[in-house]
Write a protein that binds this ligand. Structure first.
Ligand SMILES: [Fe+2]
Length: 285
């Protein structure tokens, strides 16, 4: 597999939430694609799968997981991977993503996306496991940078150097969460532009945008607020650097009506178009 196999730009999407099932099925909305939470549909039957099938008839869909635990020292969970592949056969997603993290050990799922130590040992461990997952699924996966609230004393490189090395050595793709960069930059006092600077543009397949909670000394990645201006600014900078990237908004709590999220999504379109127009003007001047 070579890096130039990036999927086409899907446009501007939203995370699929059950509150919006009917509205999305019954009405046409300016949404180019939807991201589903894989684990919500890795079940034998029931209403979620019924609605999912209807959604897949109407919108391009990508799959996003939270339980791969690619960084764990436990063996890869074969049953999880089989269920994930089975869901992919049903959904036929444009791509499959999860997080660069670990979520548990000794079979216990902490239901939290824990950061990794950024060491050579962790890198080697991850690369082997990502390749195994990609071989099993028969496609590249996207891994997302998580927001974090702690760092490890024995990390030897930065998060951005680590993510870049993982993507290149495992030949996987990146789901770049702009809000997570902003939250972690606040919590660990680094310049978010350095993070963007280090990203390999030819491996960024998707962008996440979301709101968070600023508690003063630190920020929490809550996904229950509107996107703040400094995250929009960072998004504009990412479009400037990486061009057209499939972009979506994640909202997981205090979920507003679809029309509210569509207004926010329109802002992403406007910012992206503005940056790209400026870029074109600069080239032709
Ligand atoms: Fe995200």
């Amino acid at each position: 597999m070579t890096p130039n196999n990036l999927q086409p730009h899907l446009g501007f999407g939203l995370g699929l939430r059950s509150e919006h099932y009917l509205d999305l099925i019954e009405n046409r909305h300016p949404i180019d694609w939807l991201e589903i939470l894989s684990e919500n549909y890795m079940i034998a039957g029931g209403k979620p799968l019924y609605y999912l099938d209807r959604i897949c008839e109407r919108y391009p869909v990508v799959m996003h997981g939270v339980s791969l635990s690619i960084g764990s020292v436990d063996s890869l969970n074969e049953n999880y991977l089989k269920d994930l592949k089975k869901l992919a056969q049903r959904v036929k997603p444009k791509w499959i993503s999860d997080h660069l993290c670990w979520t548990g050990t000794q079979g216990i799922n902490l239901h939290d996306l824990m950061p990794l130590p950024y060491t050579e040992e962790a890198l080697t461990h991850l690369v082997t496991r990502i390749r195994q997952v990609q071989d099993f699924l028969g496609q590249r996966v996207l891994l997302e940078n998580v927001s974090s609230y702690l760092t490890y004393q024995h990390s030897t490189i930065s998060e951005w150097e680590f993510l870049r090395a993982v993507a290149q050595e495992a030949d996987c793709l990146i789901l770049l969460d702009i809000n997570n960069i902003h939250v972690s930059a606040h919590n660990h006092d680094f310049d978010p532009l350095i993070y963007l600077e280090a990203m390999p543009a030819d491996r960024i397949q998707q962008i996440h945008l979301a709101g968070h909670l600023n508690k003063g000394d630190y920020s929490i990645d809550t996904h229950d607020h509107e996107i703040i201006d400094s995250v929009w600014d960072l998004y504009a900078e990412s479009v400037r650097r990486f061009g057209h990237i499939s972009t979506m908004i994640e909202r997981d709590d205090d979920i507003p009506p679809l029309t509210t999220l569509l207004t926010e999504l329109q802002k992403a379109r406007t910012i992206s178009a503005g940056v790209l127009t400026q870029h074109q003007t600069a080239i032709s001047a």
